[in-house]
Structure formats: structure tokens, C-alpha cells
Design a protein around this ligand. Structure first.
Ligand SMILES: [Zn+2]
Length: 496
């Protein structure tokens, strides 16, 4: 008995916190760029001043003589013709009170605490270039400090405000991805989500009037209130962006699913419990289908937003302009699916939007078979996608003599927003469904799990998608998938 007692104590010690293994996120966070941002929101004037320290880690295999950062808020300037953030057809929806200008002004850049040379360049001043004094070798780190001011537009967009929320998406200088010897500097685009970034760690302090409630990427690690100003400290490890949403009107309803706390931020919602239930069902379904959601918090946020929804790591916007209940549910599921496809497994959304949008749509279709209470099934969703795609092709063939149905083109190369949507979302879901028909449901699910586990926290290329399906199915699928992507797939054959 004595020995047994000793053994029990030993087991207790071994399994106590002292023996806790660091998580994959903790291990990975050690070798990433760190952003330390202190921001103060002037809510009355809709401006923000910020000081952003970037401990940039060169994870490429080349020496870098300069660094480049996206300045996405400059797409909201009046002069931003080429990179403008809203199509003419959506103008009055996005700017309900007429045009309102936004932008970012860089006040100063310090390099290792000394004033540094910098230039604002790119189409419509959307790139900040900083010259490094000494070449930055692979695996080395350099410390930059970027001081900037924001003007937040009265625009119900990713970055902007409406009557209910103030949205800070794509609001701070974020490092351009360095790939194949150059920085990826694609500018804003009114179609799609024109973003591409690497995972990084964020340490953010935000000061704002205490009457506001705040939803944000990451975990709150501290908070203080002084003279009606709240200061919230946030930590977000291994995420590819950092967004937040403020509102005077937010209510919150929460639930825990395993290790994850799911919060639904809302106003004017009589179905808040049902909508939190949709969030839980979506996370639960995708955990089982693809692999576990890796973060401790997910915030689903109703917001003033002129499109259906928008994904950021650990935070999604759900538009308050979606007034159809079935569509509202669909948007929640689609945006949550992006936590797997965009958030954890990233891709260049300017070059290969079909990856994250096609996979998010396909995941949404799979969701309905596993959650029959929502009154749809996967087959219904696929059939409806097919008929609307075929109608789109008919119409576009009438309009454009040399109609191009390729999916693998840069986001700036789509003629219209609907062409973009049909060729990335709708054709994307049809492509993944046709792969499923070829390899079978079991191998399809295994392939998606493989895709998720092998590529977590990385950015994938089309070849990685092909490899995941080929490795599991043991079939040569590259040519087949390419024929979908380059537009040569024969639809008549598929529709039989
Ligand atoms: Zn999407």
C-alpha cells in the first residue's frame, strides 16, 4: 500500500503542470515575426494613432536588404483608383452616407531605435518599403518601429464604421510575404479578399472609450480602466492577421466546446441562441472532419459589413445586412470554415482564391449532411451550385465571345465580381465535389485531413492540394485538377 501511495504521488507529479508539453503553437511561435502594437482609438473623430514594433524574422533562405509592408487602408483614399476597395455597383451599399475617405499616414520609421529611410510606393501608395542598414541574413531578426495614424472611413467595409460597429480589419502595416526572391505586393481589389501573409505573433494594447465593447483576434491577457478609457492587452500567437471590432451595442453569448471558447457578439438578434448553436455545430463538425481548431477562442461577430461575411484569425464578421435566416446561417458556417482554410492552412488569396474559397464552400456543403437540423443536405447544395454555374456560363458566353472559365488567375484579372464569385466559390465547390466522386467519400475526408495536418500554419500552392489528394487516393489527379483550374474541363461530360 505504501508503494502504491508513492506511485500515485509520482504519477500526480508527472502529470502536473510542471510536465506539460509545449503546444505546437508555442513551439512554432518561437521562430516567427512578432508585432507589438499600442493603439489609441479616438472614437469621436474616428481616428487612431499607433506605434507598431515589428521584430521581423527572416525565415527565407535569402539575405534581405529591404522590407516591404502592405498599407491596405490607403485603398480607402479618394485617389485610390487602381486599388479601390468597392465596385461601382456596390458603392451605395458600402457608403450609405456617401463617399468617406480613409487612409494611413506613416509618421516615422525607426530601425534598431534610429530613424530609418522609408518610401511609400506601389499603386496608390499601398506599399511601405524600408531600407535595411545591414543585410538581414536568413534566420536573423531586425527590430523596426512604425508610427502611424489612421483615418477610419464611414464605410461598412473590413476597415470602416457604420451605425453599429467600427471595424479594424487590415488596418496596420503588415509584412509582405517574401517568396521566390521577391516581396508579394498585390494591392487591394474590390473583388474577393486580396490578402496574403505569414503567421506571426501579436502583442496588442488598445485604448478606447469604456462605453465600447471589443471583439478581437487572440486572447485578452489584461485590462484596466482609467478616466473612462479602457486599455485592453491582447496576445495572439501564430495567427496570420489581427483584427478587431468595436461596438457600443454588443451583447455576448458564449459556450465552450472542448478547449475552445466560442463567443457570439451581436445586436438586434432575436435568434442569438440559435446562432451560437450554429457556431458550435460548425466548429464541432470541422474539428471532426479536418482536425482540431488550434486556438482557445473564436469570436463570431455581427457587424456593419456590406458583403456577407469576412474571415480573420479567431474572428469572423457576419454582416448585419444579411436578412435571410437561411443565408445568415450559411454565412456563419462558411466564415467559420475559413478558420481551417485561410486561417490555419493559408494561401495567396490574390493568386489562388479558389483554394480558400472553394474549400470553405465545399466544407459548408459537407456541414449540412452532418447537421440535418438545418434542413439541407450536401447533394442539394452541390446541385444548386451546378445549376447556377451552368446558367452563369450560358450568360457569360453570350456576353464575352472568348469567355474564359479559368479559376487560377490573379484576383485583379477577373472582369466582374460575379465572374470572380462563380469561378472561385461555385466552380471551386464543384471541383472538390468532382474529386470526391472520383476518389470516394472516405478518401476525400482523409485527403482533407492530410491537407490540414501537413500544411497547418503554412501557405499552400495548388501543387499541395493535388499532392494531398494523390497521396491518399494513389491516383494521378494533377491533370484532372489542372483542367478544372485552366478552364478546359468539359462540363457536358460532368452533367451527363
Ligand atoms: Zn469566403
Amino acid at each position: 500500500m505504501k508503494h502504491l501511495g508513492f506511485l500515485v504521488i509520482l504519477i500526480c507529479i508527472l502529470f502536473s503542470s510542471g510536465c506539460e508539453q509545449p503546444s505546437k503553437i508555442d513551439i512554432l511561435s518561437e521562430s516567427l515575426t512578432n508585432y507589438e502594437i499600442v493603439a489609441t482609438l479616438d472614437y469621436k473623430n474616428k481616428t487612431l494613432i499607433a506605434d507598431e514594433k515589428v521584430y521581423y524574422q527572416n525565415n527565407s533562405d535569402q539575405e534581405l536588404n529591404e522590407l516591404k509592408f502592405h498599407l491596405y487602408p490607403n485603398a480607402f483614399k479618394e485617389t485610390a483608383e487602381k486599388t479601390k476597395c468597392v465596385n461601382a455597383t456596390q458603392f451605395s451599399r458600402a457608403y450609405p452616407n456617401g463617399f468617406s475617405e480613409g487612409g494611413i499616414q506613416i509618421r516615422e520609421v525607426l530601425l534598431n531605435e534610429k530613424c530609418a529611410e522609408f518610401a511609400i510606393s506601389g499603386e496608390e501608395e499601398n506599399i511601405l518599403s524600408i531600407t535595411l542598414e545591414d543585410a538581414l541574413r536568413p534566420n536573423n531578426c531586425v527590430c523596426l518601429e512604425i508610427k502611424f495614424d489612421l483615418t477610419i472611413p464611414n464605410c461598412v467595409h473590413r476597415f470602416g464604421y457604420g451605425n453599429n460597429t467600427l471595424n479594424l480589419g487590415n488596418w496596420y502595416p503588415i509584412a509582405c510575404v517574401f517568396e521566390a526572391g521577391e516581396f508579394m505586393t498585390d494591392g487591394y481589389c474590390a473583388n474577393g479578399d486580396p490578402f496574403f501573409s505569414e503567421v506571426a505573433n501579436y502583442w496588442v494594447t488598445i485604448n478606447y472609450p469604456s462605453m465600447l465593447k471589443l471583439a478581437h483576434t487572440g486572447e485578452k491577457v489584461g485590462e484596466s480602466i482609467s478616466k473612462d478609457i479602457t486599455s485592453t492587452q491582447i496576445k495572439a500567437k501564430v495567427v496570420r492577421d489581427f483584427a478587431c471590432v468595436f461596438s457600443e451595442k454588443f451583447n455576448t453569448i458564449s459556450a465552450n466546446l472542448g478547449e475552445t471558447q466560442i463567443n457570439y457578439f451581436y445586436y438586434d438578434d432575436a435568434n442569438e441562441k440559435k446562432h451560437l448553436g450554429v457556431c458550435i455545430d460548425a466548429v464541432n463538425t470541422f474539428n471532426q472532419l479536418f482536425g482540431a481548431y488550434p486556438y482557445s477562442v473564436l469570436n463570431v461577430v455581427k457587424a456593419n459589413f456590406f458583403q456577407g461575411g469576412m474571415e480573420y484569425p479567431q474572428l469572423v464578421y457576419i454582416s448585419d445586412m444579411v436578412d435571410n435566416e437561411e443565408e445568415y446561417v450559411n454565412v456563419i458556417v462558411h466564415e467559420i470554415a475559413h478558420q481551417w482554410w485561410y486561417g490555419v492552412v493559408g494561401n495567396n488569396e490574390c493568386e489562388n482564391a479558389w483554394i480558400d474559397e472553394g474549400l470553405a464552400e465545399y466544407s459548408t456543403a459537407l456541414f449540412y449532411d452532418r447537421n440535418p437540423i438545418y434542413g439541407k443536405n450536401t447533394e442539394d447544395v452541390i446541385n444548386s451550385a451546378l445549376s447556377s454555374y451552368l446558367l452563369f456560363v450560358d450568360v457569360y458566353k453570350e456576353v464575352y465571345e472568348d469567355f474564359d472559365s479559368s479559376m487560377n488567375r490573379n484576383i485583379h484579372k477577373f472582369n466582374t465580381e460575379s465572374e470572380y464569385v462563380y469561378l472561385t466559390y461555385v466552380k471551386g465547390v464543384l471541383m472538390f465535389d468532382s474529386i470526391c466522386e472520383l476518389i470516394g467519400e472516405r478518401k476525400m475526408e482523409q485527403s482533407l485531413r492530410e491537407l490540414y495536418s501537413v500544411n497547418s500554419f503554412k501557405n499552400v500552392k495548388p501543387v499541395d492540394i493535388v499532392l494531398a489528394f494523390e497521396n491518399i487516393s494513389r491516383k494521378k489527379l494533377g491533370g484532372y485538377i489542372m483542367s478544372w483550374l485552366d478552364g478546359s474541363v468539359i462540363f457536358e461530360e460532368l452533367t451527363g
